[in-house]
Design a protein. Structure first.
Length: 311
């Protein structure tokens, strides 16, 4: 298992290097000058000083080499072109805490409620609980997140005035964004778990346990749930990354100062360093989440640990 984890960590860093390289050269291949709009009214000598400060007067491969060196040796993603003096690394770390808090709450709620609803739907197949869960799942998958957010915003802030409409500061400000973001994970896990539980329930060892008089509760907890949850773990990594990358609109709707708002602003402002930095951060979240998913797979299913030792 240790060798497998080391191999996966190596692949993780290789993936990040490839993504960093592609993003860097794509950004520098876009026509135009990122400082043209900011420095258009400045004297020529001042413009040249700006280009020299950000290294834009050097060949792109030299800029790339210095960029990688700063990341590896200092963990420095550079300085924002739009906001001179503001470190990209500090901005990403500071604002990702806000996005991360909402994302963690949404994923946690989505996993717990989604798995519970999926098991209930499978145990009451073709009955009203099953139909209700599938109806919720269809809504969560087909209805866009911003529609759900706007609906809850109207009901709970305008109609009944229970929660704040926008802003950030207290736990109440996180409730509506969390609910809006959690709908998709709830729907996804409910569908996956329903299908997996139905498949596992027809296995011979489940029928044997039922014939031996094992209680339904023990069968579900000890046999069905542990085996049915394995395929659902596969989507955990993409779900975590999707919560971060899919929170842009939600943060905009609720006025949340998360990383998504900075990412959108950096694209509009052509802030190369901020775009590259946030892209690397999102990529890192995805590959780390995939790594943790693989490790969790080995913890839940001992057969995977044994197969990895044989490799």
């Amino acid at each position: 298992m240790g060798r497998y984890i080391l191999k996966r960590v190596g692949y993780m860093f290789l993936t990040l290097l490839i993504i960093t390289t592609i993003t860097f050269f794509l950004m520098h291949s876009i026509p135009g000058d990122p400082l043209a709009h900011m420095a258009k009214n400045l004297p020529e000598q001042v413009k040249q000083n700006y280009y020299k400060k950000y290294g834009l007067d050097e060949p792109v491969f030299v800029q790339y080499g210095k960029f990688l060196k700063n990341i590896v040796t200092e963990g420095n993603l550079g300085e924002s072109l739009r906001y001179p003096g503001r470190s990209v690394t500090d901005t990403v770390l500071e604002n990702s805490k806000v996005s991360g808090r909402i994302g963690f709450q949404a994923v946690s709620i989505g996993i717990v409620i989604g798995i519970t609803l999926g098991v209930i739907a499978a145990l009451f197949r073709n009955k009203w609980p099953d139909y209700l869960v599938m109806f919720i799942a269809i809504l969560g998958i087909t209805v866009p997140t911003f529609i759900i957010a706007a609906l809850f915003q109207y009901l709970l802030t305008v109609k009944f005035e229970i929660l704040p409409t926008t802003g950030w500061g207290s736990f109440k400000h996180t409730i509506l964004p969390t609910i809006a973001l959690a709908f998709t994970p709830i729907a996804t896990y409910a569908r996956y778990m329903r299908s997996n539980v139905l498949e596992v329930s027809n296995q011979d060892y489940i029928l044997t346990a039922q014939a031996k008089g094992v209680s339904q509760f023990n069968i579900v907890i000890k046999h069905i749930l542990r085996n049915a949850i394995l395929p659902a773990i596969t989507i955990l990594g993409p779900q975590i990354a999707g919560i971060f990358t899919g929170s842009f609109v939600i943060e905009k709707i609720f006025g949340i100062p998360g990383l998504g708002s900075y990412y959108i602003t950096s694209i509009n402002d052509r802030d190369y360093t901020m775009i590259i930095g946030t892209t690397i951060f999102y990529a890192a979240i995805f590959v780390v989440a995939q790594l943790l998913t693989d490790i969790l797979y080995g913890i839940v299913d001992p057969r995977i640990r044994v197969s990895n030792k044989d490799q």
